[in-house]
Design a protein around this ligand. Sequence first.
Ligand code: ZN
Length: 219
Amino acid sequence: MVRSLPRAVLHIQLTNMQFKYFQQPDRFALWLAAAAKCSFCEAVKTCLDGAAFLGTDRFNAICPECLLSVKLLEQDSYACEGDIEALKHQLQLRKPEKSAKAVSNKAGEITDLLERTTPPIFKHQNWYWPCAGGDYCSFLGYGSKGLYEFLSPDGDGEKLFTTSLYHTVEDLSDVDELWEDDMPDEPIDSLVAAKAKETLFYVFRPQQGQQVITVWDRR
Ligand SMILES: [Zn+2]
């Protein structure tokens, strides 16, 4: 049976992944509505909204080029918070011979890259960005039944969703209820659509492999 692809999924496949940890920045990152002066390079262009970043060093706008060139590295300014304790654990498992100090340093470097080169995403709560296999996952988009069905190798979206819950939300989740009551049927293909939802599912993929990881929260 040939299933038609949800539009949001097609977009994932077509987007040229510019940000390692964020696959559809044009669609889901928190951009300023109009061209603005980048607080770092001073060019007037499409910029991410400085107000969406966390930390004590405040700025109005940052262009994607400045974000990618790690302009925030020395700043107390970051778009998200990585699950660094889980990352250390994964790195140590992969390289048991490394000292805890070396593992901690490596985890810190990877976490800086995630937090300071990734555009901010719209979310209801602050939660830790998931990691798998010794690196942080890439945000694909907001979950819907259509998206899970498409991503599932056998088309069973509910089964995929059930097995995709990240450890931080696993214990809080009544998966049947979430799937029946909160999971949208249709793909969420815009920030406006995401903002309208009380409950949001954030769908990630590891840097390697076909696993799917979900974090969810409520307004
Ligand atoms: Zn700039």
